[in-house]
Write a protein that binds this ligand. Structure first.
Ligand code: MOS
Length: 688
């Protein structure tokens, strides 16, 4: 876990991911998925599986160890005979080899009492309800002024409904765990975005103290939110290891990821904008309808960005969800902001057209001075600067000529713009720094590198804070035995971790200074925690902002959409590591392009599960889809969010991209696609 520059390890294959961790005498577990979407397990016949040589155990609801503290029903494996969705793990086989486990899993015969399932989200579903809050703890609804009166009286109105499909996170490394018990302590190697949080949650499931579970995540091959919380694989591996007394390896397959590792819920979003003829907003309304599962409520916060993006005296946002017989939706890069801003920013484009105001200018005209709903001042707000910088760099020429009028041979061409935003936050973390008598530094924090290059950024920050060279520092991350840290999620990893690291480094320097530089033979240690600093933050509104500019070409005959140019300009506080920051931002934008044009998990109403089962059926943007893409940023001070001044860049890159592309497609074709993805049939269908 000591690593300096880890790039060579990653590209040469030396870097170890969870499943690759060596485990003496490891056994393998393979899950049996439910083949019904709703109902009850009547009986399980394990005899055929147990008869196969090499099978160690078949775990079923009849014999599974009881889990005393599984608060998350998705983690309460085999604790009930009820089936909540198709693909749910309902039994498992542990065997000497992966192949045996898989073969035996096929021989487990489960008889079900099938019930009628309901897996279809509709805007008028009779069981829609108002959740107590939306992810993670936002108010469900907000209202300021009198929206109904203001929208009815507005001279210019947009009233449109936008739809986003279910989408699935597909990091290159599927979820995987290696688990081993020693007495009542459990060690797991896991593909997780947060070793500290995972250790606490796994301990709770098994009724253990947090210190009895150690989670190690040396390298993680992407997460995007899917690895932000423990999934069934962790519990499955630990349970199988408990039952067999062996180390157990568990790898989630790509097809299983469509059921057990979360998805972005499909959304139906009505946006209503009322404005004066010059485009000044008087009323903003955003009503979101989403699905959740019968197991657990996850209500995606898709209207929250609408609460702070634009000024308007009359406003309303609402969220409603319905419990369907589907897997539990979960975090996927910029949950809330990403689908919500597709709707809001598409509506802003429609308003720009209705008013005859340039879409960049329309946004500038509606910049709020304070948070429009809470009245809190923004700690920094540089959306206008991003829009202006982007317009200049992109050569933004607005909506001229009119939609559908620009042609280059068989290609219709167009440009589009959208704004972007993401909350800037930090969460309590701890860090430790040691200085040995020999003069070497060791920085320790239970951060995770999910492929972002966290080690490089943390080393740069530690070196600066200590006033020494990066080569003098050993960095330890990816282990819950290290000082407790925030997950790599919510765009909070870097801001949270660097705060604790810099604080510990400064404390160590102070120790060295008071000793006039003399380091005792046992070395020196400094520890830091940031909970109190974060609790004492002024009550400001803190967000990153950005502007996305897209150029598209649409084949007039086939409807094929290409995106020759994408530019994002961001204001995200201090950028710590420019090379990696650019990579994060263009990665987010690429995922936004993918959302705009390709990604769609298709619910099969008959069988009740997502029909996509691999990356051929779930299309993700490839290199050929991405052409001239660039991300730049403007200098921005964010003094409140810790000594590094970082606002976070993991998610703001995806937000707004799909709206910019959809607006560009409209400019090219005159066809407004309000339901993603922008498949070519949608362009041909309405194009006689
Ligand atoms: Mo991200 S969806 O906060 O891991």
């Amino acid at each position: 876990m000591t690593a300096r520059v880890d790039g060579p390890d990653k590209v040469t294959g030396r870097a170890r991911y969870a499943f690759e961790q060596p485990a003496d005498g490891a056994a393998y577990v393979w899950a049996v998925p439910s083949v019904i979407a709703k109902g009850t397990i009547r009986s399980v016949d394990a005899s055929g599986a147990l008869a196969l040589p090499g099978v160690l155990a078949v775990i079923t609801p009849d014999n599974a160890p009881r889990l005393p503290g599984a608060e998350d029903p998705e983690l309460a494996l085999f604790q009930s005979r009820a089936v909540a969705y198709r693909g749910q793990f309902v039994a498992a086989v542990v065997a000497e080899t992966l192949e045996t486990a898989r073969e035996a899993a096929d021989r487990v015969v489960i008889s079900y009492e099938r019930a009628a399932h309901d897996v279809t989200l509709t805007a008028s579903h009779p069981r829609l309800y108002k959740p107590d809050h939306v992810n993670p703890r936002y108010e469900t609804d907000t209202a300021v002024g009198d929206f109904d009166v203001a929208i009815a009286a507005a001279p210019i109105r947009v009233d449109a409904t936008y739809r986003t499909p279910a989408e699935h996170n597909h990091p290159m490394e599927p979820h995987a765990t290696v688990a081993a018990w020693r007495g009542d302590t459990l060690t797991v190697y896991d593909a997780t975005q947060g070793p500290s949080r995972a250790a606490g949650q796994v301990a709770a499931v098994f009724g253990l103290e947090p210190g009895q579970v150690r989670v190690i995540a040396e390298h993680v091959g992407g997460g995007f939110g899917a690895k932000g919380m423990p999934r069934a694989n962790v519990i499955l591996a630990a349970m199988a290891a408990r039952v067999t007394g062996r180390s157990v390896k568990c790898a989630v397959t790509r097809p299983q990821m469509f059921a057990v590792t979360g998805h972005r819920a499909p959304s139906i979003q009505r946006v209503r904008l009322g404005a004066s003829p010059d485009g000044r907003l008087v009323a903003v309304g955003h009503d979101v309808i989403d699905q959740t599962s019968t197991l657990k409520e996850f209500a995606e916060q898709s209207a929250v960005a609408t609460r702070h993006m634009y000024a308007a005296p009359h406003r309303r946002t609402t969220h409603r969800v319905v419990r369907l017989d589907v897997p539990t939706p979960s975090w996927m890069r910029a949950p809330g902001e990403c689908p919500g801003m597709f709707a809001l920013e598409s509506a802003m484009d429609e308003l720009a057209e209705a008013c005859g105001v340039d879409p960049v200018e329309l946004r500038l005209r509606n910049e709020p001075l304070v948070h429009p709903e809470t009245g809190r001042p923004f700690s920094s707000r540089n959306l206008a600067a991003c829009l202006r910088e982007g317009a200049a760099r992109f050569g933004w020429a607005g909506r001229d000529p009119a939609p559908g009028a620009r042609r280059d041979g068989r290609w219709l061409t167009g440009t589009g713009v959208a704004a972007s935003t993401y909350p800037a936050r930090a969460m309590a973390s701890q860090a430790r720094v040691n200085l040995s008598a020999a003069g070497r530094y060791q920085v320790s924090i239970a951060a995770a590198d999910i492929g972002t290059g966290a080690r490089t950024a943390l080393l740069a920050v530690a070196a600066e804070a200590l006033g020494v060279a990066v080569a003098d520092i050993d960095l330890r991350i990816g282990d819950s035995a290290l000082p407790t840290a925030m997950i790599a999620g919510g765009s909070m990893g870097t801001a949270s971790w660097t705060w604790a690291v810099i604080k510990a480094c400064h404390a160590l320097r102070e120790q060295v200074r008071t000793r006039d530089g003399a380091v005792p033979s046992g070395g020196l240690t400094a520890q830091a925690a940031t909970a109190a600093d974060i609790a004492a933050l002024p009550d400001h509104a803190r967000y990153s902002f950005g502007a996305q500019f897209a150029e598209v070409r649409v084949d007039a005959d086939t409807g094929e959409v290409r995106v020759p140019r994408l530019l994002g300009v961001f204001a995200a506080g201090r950028i710590i590591s420019p090379v990696q920051a650019r990579s994060q931002l263009i990665g987010g934008m690429t995922m936004g392009l993918s959302m705009a044009l390709h990604e769609e998990s298709a619910m099969d109403p008959e069988f009740g599960d997502y029909a996509n089962h691999d990356l051929a059926g779930y299309h993700i943007a490839a290199h050929a889809d991405v052409q001239d893409i660039d991300a730049v940023w403007i200098d921005e001070e964010e003094p409140e969010l810790g000594p590094a001044g970082a606002k976070g860049i993991g998610e703001v890159g995806i937000v707004g991209t799909a709206a910019a592309i959809a607006s560009a497609v409209y400019h090219a074709t005159g066809i407004r696609v309000r339901d993603l993805p922008i498949r070519l049939d949608k362009l041909l269908r309405s194009n006689p």
